[in-house]
Design a protein around this ligand. Structure first.
Ligand code: C2E
Ligand code: MG
Ligand code: MG
Length: 403
């Protein structure tokens, strides 16, 4: 039987849609929260249909689209919105940009006759619904995650960041991975929502910072000076003791705070601004750098940006990835670079996937690039080898005049 996932925060709508779609002969999985959906969603499901409400409080439909794209999802989407059609249109554009298939977009109240004809079409398509690669598909459990923290199953992968003009390595971003004994490597899009739901983000961040600091210290012992960036979460910037805990750790590890950058996403600043301002200012005073991550996707106002002592602005990868073919994305990238420079911040473009984009960013005066074109995130060991190869390539490039 073909599978349909329904995600809408309105439980009444979910109930009505579930009954209706089941009546049409589909197997339905329904969720009133996108976070729960991602905890359940199996990695390798193909050609499934997701009915997705765009307007949800916890994780909205746009975020869901982004996460699906990051997982290389093959799902077809049926978008639903209570907003006007322009919002649906933008969401469609975004989904297309991420190579996701949109079956249709519906405004509320939903027309059931239209829905019936859409599902009739879906029912007739012959493609297989599920590719089973023999992996375990059970939802991740709290006990497993606790084990992961205790048994040291979390590891970090590091993604290089290079100076756009000189192509020299200027740092790495540490990205968490979970080496699960049965399921293999689990990515942050599963780990983070789960840690948040179970209230374990504080523990996760502490482990990540610890590992990143130790690793950077080990690189220093090898003669490699590699500053490291770590993502922190909303929970950290509401914990008033976080700055002291961090400085204790840095002192214990004899680690120079200026070698550490903490990345905070715009959306995490949405909570209690006074507390986060207090904590972020104290962190900055203790000498760590602060970066505003995924810039352009959240809602931070100019005054917020100005008040919090950020040293770096990371332009969200969705804009960088689209900038060569999409005039709007290009305008956003340009504006972020100008704004960040006016506020004396370094600008990092993430999601650089081609030489062409790297050159365009260079012309726009962007400082630092991170992305698959330069390198994918990799283990600490691989990074050391990668640096050698990269540096040789740059030298050869200079020698032949092509860098
Ligand atoms: P982020 O901080 O924006 O990290 C960059 C993400 O973009 C990484 O995904 C990276 O693999 C991906 N990426 C880098 N270059 C490219 C590119 O050229 N093209 C594309 N398509 N993607 C690229 P990853 O590792 O799956 O992490 C996803 C997000 O999970 C991170 O986004 C960050 O917000 C969060 N995260 C990762 N590790 C941690 C952690 O230790 N703590 C917290 N709180 N969040 C974390
Ligand atoms: Mg980041
Ligand atoms: Mg980012």
């Amino acid at each position: 039987m073909k599978k349909v996932y329904i995600i809408d925060d309105d439980s009444q709508i979910v109930e009505i849609l579930t009954q209706f779609v089941e009546m049409l002969g589909f197997e339905v999985m329904s969720y009133t929260s996108a976070v729960k959906f991602f905890v359940d969603y199996p990695e390798d499901e193909r050609n499934i249909t997701i009915m997705l409400d765009l307007n949800m409080p916890e994780m909205d439909g746009i975020e869901v689209i982004r996460q699906l794209a990051e997982r290389g999802s093959h799902a077809s989407l049926l978008l639903i919105s209570g907003y006007d059609t322009s919002v649906l249109h933008s969401a469609e554009k975004l989904a297309h940009a991420h190579n996701l298939k949109i079956i249709n977009s519906l405004t509320k109240p939903i027309s059931f006759s239209l829905l019936e004809s859409i599902f009739d079409e879906i029912g007739r398509s012959e493609e297989p619904q599920f590719v089973d690669r023999g992996e375990v598909h059970l939802p991740l459990q709290l006990s497993e995650f606790r084990d992961a923290l205790v048994q040291n199953q979390l590891t970090l992968h590091y993604q290089p960041q290079v100076n756009i003009q000189t192509r020299a390595l200027v740092g790495v971003e540490a990205l968490v991975r979970w080496q699960h004994p049965q399921r293999g490597l689990v990515f942050p899009n599963h780990i983070i929502p789960m840690a948040e739901e179970f209230g374990l983000m504080g523990d996760l961040t502490a482990q990540v910072i610890n590992k990143a600091v130790n690793q950077s210290y080990q690189w220093q012992q090898m003669g490699l000076n590699i500053p490291v960036s770590v993502n922190i979460s909303a929970e950290n910037i509401t914990s008033l003791t976080f700055p002291e805990q961090l400085t204790d750790l840095l002192k214990r590890s004899q680690f120079d705070p200026s070698m550490l950058t903490l990345e905070v996403t715009e959306s995490e600043l949405m909570g209690d601004l006074k507390t986060s301002l207090d904590i972020l200012t104290r962190l900055r005073m203790k000498g760590v750098d602060l970066s505003i991550d995924d810039f352009g996707t959240g809602y931070s106002s100019l005054s917020q940006l100005h008040r919090i002592p950020f040293t770096e602005l990371k332009i969200d990868r969705s804009f960088v990835m689209d900038m060569s073919g999409d005039g709007d994305a290009m305008a956003i990238v340009k504006t972020c670079i100008m704004l960040g420079h006016e506020l004396k911040m370094k600008i990092v473009a993430e999601g650089v996937e081609s030489e062409h984009v790297l050159n365009q960013l260079n012309e726009l005066g962007c400082d630092i690039a991170q992305g698959y074109y330069i390198a994918r995130p990799m283990s600490a060991d691989k990074l050391v080898k990668w640096i050698k190869v990269w540096e040789e390539e740059q030298l050869q490039g200079v020698a032949t005049g092509s860098a």
